[in-house]
Design a protein around this ligand. Structure first.
Ligand code: PEP
Ligand code: MN
Length: 294
């Protein structure tokens, strides 16, 4: 008798019955998710760059100015943060709706495309009014009512992989968005939990193999977040270059003008100088791949 218990692997029946919308229909099937004047899944590799947390208007404005001077279009920043522990340092306060307004002002001023994370549905309207891409964080990947309501807005959605989920579970979550008729799904690999690896502070391992695996099974674009995966700025450059070489369709990356004073996760952002160096190297790898960083 065949064992029908669902495994981690995606079976041919799954492609047909469980993820018919996320699965490829033919070998060259690829979806391009266009967000204003950038697109994911085509020739371009957009960078979505910014601080972990929208700490102040000044911080966001400084980042926006830097991105604009480099002719980059994409910015990230969290106004609502899913922090692992409930206690807060003196440096931290949740910017919330103020943070959304700072993002909106900066986005207008420098003509940027913004992604920011949704935590609670009560802020969905305000969030949609300030962002271009709704970010679903790792911890909410399987919050199905949240996925469904976000999908209904028809906004582009970046779906981060939960750090414990298989590709099967991740594409299952993407299917919830697609099933609402929202085709603008961007997957984001951000590192998975594994048995202890290289450093005690390295909580996650960037799953580079999932990039070709997604391309084998799905038509959806996939971007990579080396900042959350490594949790360690000195490793961000190599993992960004490796992600581009692995065929990713975009990069989510943390920068901060003064990383050691970042309110959240101070070990992972690059400073502006490190970021510029990384950008130049990334352009060279992208060229080898016949692609372009935007
Ligand atoms: C983030 O990108 O700010 C974030 C919280 O990431 P993740 O959901 O992957 O932990
Ligand atoms: Mn974080």
């Amino acid at each position: 008798m065949q064992n029908k218990f669902p495994g981690k692997d995606i079976s041919l029946e799954d492609l047909k019955d469980k993820i018919p919308l996320a699965a490829k229909k033919y070998p060259s099937h690829k979806s391009i998710v266009k967000v204003k004047d950038i697109s994911f899944g085509g020739n371009e590799i957009p960078f979505l760059t910014g601080p972990n947390t929208v700490e102040s208007f000044k911080l966001i404005n400084d980042v926006g100015k830097m991105l604009s001077s480099l002719k980059l279009k994409g910015m990230r920043g969290g106004a609502f943060k899913p922090l692992t522990f409930p206690y807060r340092s003196k440096k931290y306060f949740e910017p919330g709706v103020n943070g959304l307004n700072w993002l909106k002002q900066t986005k207008k001023k420098y003509n940027l495309i913004v992604t920011t994370e949704i935590m609670e549905l009560k802020y969905l309207d305000q969030l949609c009014n300030s962002t271009d891409i709704i970010q679903i964080g790792s911890r909410n990947m399987q919050n199905y009512p949240l996925l469904t309501e976000c999908a209904k807005t028809k906004m582009p959605i970046m779906l981060k992989r939960h750090y414990g989920s298989s590709l099967r579970d991740w594409l299952g979550a993407a299917e919830y968005i697609l099933a609402e008729g929202n085709k603008k799904v961007i997957l984001c690999e951000r590192g998975v939990s594994v048995a202890h690896t290289h450093r005690s502070t390295s909580r996650f391992l960037l799953d580079l193999q999932v990039i070709p695996a997604v391309k084998e099974i799905s038509h959806l674009p996939i971007i990579s977040d080396p900042s959350h995966a490594t949790f360690w700025a000195p490793w961000v450059e190599s993992m960004t270059l490796a992600s581009i070489a692995s065929g990713c369709d975009g990069i989510l990356i943390e920068v901060h003008p003064d990383p050691k004073n970042a309110a959240v996760d101070p070990l992972q952002p690059l400073n502006f100088k490190q970021f510029k160096k990384l950008l130049n190297k990334s352009k060279k790898i992208a060229k080898c791949m016949n692609r372009k960083i935007v």
